[in-house]
Design a protein around this ligand. Structure first.
Ligand code: PGA
Length: 253
């Protein structure tokens, strides 16, 4: 049985003070959650990671980064390495988010390098994939997903694959208030699981967690979580406020 994962992506929001206060509120609001069933993760900005880590130590909430660079160290001005994320207490890292693809021209080849170094360093990657609206309208969704999986996960072994989380985030649903219907999401999740089975094995396909992301809210989370192949959510806007994130975690169970 796959353990659910509910992850909050705080994007470029919050000062250190604000991030610490949100983390403290989440720690309190989520203290009675059954950790056997769900893993809870927050991904603050780099500048707040260490401060948030000290608040969340000894709690049931884990920490992740929103990006990393594909080298361990060196002359790469403005970048953050996997070792620096580990040093701040991160266990996970979001990679290939659609905003990174759109504004920073990341493609599946660079994302693949990032996935490889994250694994080498001991971080669990959350690999984001998803189609844009024109691709969905042209009935190209599964084709796009297939190519993102093929390129982004090139040269990944079965044992590494079990450490990777996949997040299906239709780009047209991110930050727009438009959520994919549970049926639309399930169709893609099922396709991803089938791809994993064909590429690796039944064991791999049944252990990898596939999250849905894109305008997840307290009001739509339980319908999404009813679907067989949806193992959790990656939440942006609704993770910035303690009550709504707490409700999303509770509504997932
Ligand atoms: P959203 O963002 O929940 O605000 O749509 C999701 C994401 O970008 O991961």
């Amino acid at each position: 049985m796959r353990k659910y994962l509910v992850a909050g992506n705080w994007k470029m929001h919050k000062t250190i003070k604000e991030a610490v206060s949100l983390a403290a509120a989440l720690k309190q609001g989520l203290s009675d959650i059954n950790q056997e069933r769900v893993e809870i993760l927050v991904c603050p900005s780099f500048t707040s990671l260490f401060a948030v880590h000290s608040i969340l130590e000894n709690s049931n909430i884990k920490l992740g980064g929103q990006n990393l660079f594909w080298e361990r160290e060196g002359a790469f001005t403005g970048e953050v390495s996997p070792l620096q994320l580990l040093d701040c207490g991160c266990e996970y890292v979001i990679l290939g988010h659609s905003e990174r693809r759109k504004y920073f021209k990341e493609d599946d080849t660079t994302i693949n390098k990032k996935i490889q170094i994250a694994l080498e360093a001991g971080l669990f990657p959350i690999f984001c994939i998803g189609e844009v609206l024109e691709q969905r309208q042209a009935s190209k969704t599964l084709e796009v997903i297939n190519s993102q999986l093929e390129e982004g996960l090139k040269n990944i072994t079965a044992s590494s694959m079990e450490k990777i989380v996949i997040a299906y985030e239709p780009v047209w649903a991110i930050g727009t208030g438009l959520t994919a219907t549970p049926e639309q999401a399930q169709e893609v999740h099922q396709f991803i699981r089938g791809w994993l089975k064909e590429k690796f094995s039944y064991e791999v396909s049944s252990s990898v967690r596939i999250l849905y992301g894109g305008s997840v809210k307290p009001s739509n989370v339980s319908a999404l979580m009813q679907k067989e192949d949806i193992d959790g959510t990656l939440v942006g806007g609704a993770s910035l406020e303690a009550n709504s994130f707490v409700e999303i975690v509770k509504g997932s169970l």
